[in-house]
Design a protein around this ligand. Sequence first.
Ligand code: NAG
Ligand code: NAG
Ligand code: NAG
Ligand code: NAG
Ligand code: NAG
Ligand code: NAG
Ligand code: NAG
Ligand code: NAG
Length: 640
Amino acid sequence: MVTQLWLLSVVNLSQVNAHYTSGDVVYHTLPHFWTGVGFCPAGEITHKGISASLESPAVQMNLRQIAALPVGAVTHMRIHWLLELVQFLEYDPNGLPRYNFEKFDNFVDFLHDELNMSPVLEFMANPGDVFTANPERNSFLWEHFVKSTLKQQIARHGSARLTNWRYETWNEPDLLGYNKLNFTTRHYLEYVQAVRRGLSKAGYGSRRKVHQQPMYRALRGPAGLFKAPNRHPRCWQLLEMCNQDLVQCPIDILTYHRKGLTGTAEDILNGSLALLSQIYEDYPKLEELPVANDEADPIADWRLPHDFQADVRYGITLISTVMQHWHAKLANGPLAQLESISHDNAFLSYHPHEFTQRTLLAHFRMNETHPPHSQFIQKPVYAALGMLAKLGTRASDMELVNMDTKHSVQVLRSISGGVGGQGQYVATIFLSPEEAGPQFTVYHHKYTLNMSIANESAFITELLVPQSTDPYYVWQQSGSPAYPNASLREAMRRVQTPRLFKTGPIWQYNSELVVNSASIPLPWAMLLRVCSASWPKLKRPQQLAIGEVTKGEVFISWNEHPKSTQCLKSYEVWFKERNSMGAVTGTDWLLISEGWHLPYPSFQYAPGTNGSVNGFYKVRGVDVFNVTSPYSQIVEYLEL
Ligand SMILES: *[C@@H]1O[C@H](CO)[C@@H](O)[C@H](O)[C@H]1NC(C)=O
Ligand SMILES: *[C@@H]1O[C@H](CO)[C@@H](O)[C@H](O)[C@H]1NC(C)=O
Ligand SMILES: *[C@@H]1O[C@H](CO)[C@@H](O)[C@H](O)[C@H]1NC(C)=O
Ligand SMILES: *[C@@H]1O[C@H](CO)[C@@H](O)[C@H](O)[C@H]1NC(C)=O
Ligand SMILES: *[C@@H]1O[C@H](CO)[C@@H](O)[C@H](O)[C@H]1NC(C)=O
Ligand SMILES: *[C@@H]1O[C@H](CO)[C@@H](O)[C@H](O)[C@H]1NC(C)=O
Ligand SMILES: *[C@@H]1O[C@H](CO)[C@@H](O)[C@H](O)[C@H]1NC(C)=O
Ligand SMILES: *[C@@H]1O[C@H](CO)[C@@H](O)[C@H](O)[C@H]1NC(C)=O
């Protein structure tokens, strides 16, 4: 079935029989609280195993792809056992361990300098077995380890680099699979306090700045599942301890894990509400602490394949999870102190579950090339994270527009700029239900939005819909081959971004946008953006990077300027081949992204056997007014 175009038009207000309009809407400051992702590296939990896993080209390309989402889409990466990258060397004459931070430093550099992300540093590791070898000195050794690790980073780069880092205690300490040190409850509480002391003692900035205030670094914990108290005593005892004396409580942000049971956003939210209600009933003082659900996923166990995780449904569930948490936060109930949610979906999927595991990308391990290599296809959930990044700095509460008696469309409106600032920007996300009753009317499919932000403005709408933005569907239609060939990979990549639906100018102040979704297959998500002409213009793309995928194929990515990309329509990627003499002159620049909608800062180029990837690359953005940004710097790529 082919998706039909929506009827959509910009009309004068007086002509509209408005069903859904923007009346007096109250906007609240919207922290982008959903921008963390995480994963657990495959392999043995040793320095060697974790290093090999995190240094593997497949994992690094997976992370590069995630980093190639719109700016601000993913800001924090939570990686279990990251501190196993620290290598134990020896005990010094005083019995203090000496560590080699080289691999940890390299990875942090990669994360910072190339991916522009900050780590969530979980203090869970056992370098050289120091902790298990010295059970009676654990408190001291943890304090020392935490302090050494932070001081090392501060010494290398100054404390500014650590500004956005998050620090967390041992993941799910009540689970045998994670509790590798065999913490008893008492030892665990001592460990948390030791980590707190280590953080505090490392917390001073550069010595040179005498008047600098010591920097306080918040500690998150216990990253717990909080099942029955007798089964999960470590996490519950920590809360007990904190409730007795909040001032002495080692944690500043209460983190927990609540996933859905059946794969829905309501599930996740209900689990959180139930847990926090229980916690606040027993430990009322903790109501003061910010809370975060580190693993707010629709269903447990990332490995288990589920069809919904492959297609548009997971993307819509993730957006809905964000909207519902926003609603719950505004409702001032148990989630009033919500600080963030994180998605545990940065894993590397494996055969034969390329699309269906809980991941942002489909990973194809191409064993038939020499050497083998990895191909990645961005799933609709990846596109969904990119859409969320376009939300503004203030948002109204989630609104529901009824489709029929049982189903409604969720709407989240946001804005930026306006009062005193330069220009205005509106971003609204519409989210359909997964299904609707048979009796809904055309009337129930019309959303009319007041777009009056300025006399001169322009709008753009993009869609996530079944089939036409669904690489999994394209793959299945071709028989789900384990090694998709170049033409199938291109076909999948052509549908991996949100689809450009409609864009154009708005000339009149009192204009409204009418969206008719009657002929769109469910479920769908739509992002509408409206920009006033005085909104800051697109800046030039930065840090253009060309990475090898395999022979004759490259992954091209670049960085976006944070304040100017809200009104981006698409990117253009230009290439100039080196001629056979290696000379630059003589050939013309070629628009290699012709016909592609590229709202996100990456492009995979595979010209096929007749073409070459050797040559020069540059990119630029085009905004909704059809104005182009300056070109990025030109970067040369040469295959070995
Ligand atoms: C649309 O928004 C403008 C500007 O905020 C306002 O003046 C106008 O009354 C609104 N129209 C409707 C129908 O809400
Ligand atoms: C932890 O306990 C398990 C089971 O009791 C045991 O097999 C393991 O050796 C212990 N590990 C350490 C480091 O003491
Ligand atoms: C969530 O809780 C609400 C209120 O208790 C209930 O109406 C709803 O059915 C629950 N949803 C799920 C998916 O459990
Ligand atoms: C490719 O090889 C790896 C390692 O042997 C294996 O795990 C994987 O399943 C293979 N992939 C396919 C598609 O057969
Ligand atoms: C839009 O243009 C009309 C007519 O030129 C003018 O009266 C009105 O003040 C303008 N509004 C804004 C917000 O610039
Ligand atoms: C590529 O794979 C698709 C689907 O498996 C197939 O239909 C097509 O013929 C293949 N193309 C080439 C050039 O082999
Ligand atoms: C930009 O160009 C497209 C395609 O030519 C056109 O449909 C659109 O109306 C233009 N936008 C503006 C703001 O002029
Ligand atoms: C490559 O070039 C040859 C000869 O010009 C042509 O027959 C063939 O169709 C081309 N292949 C592709 C994939 O463009």
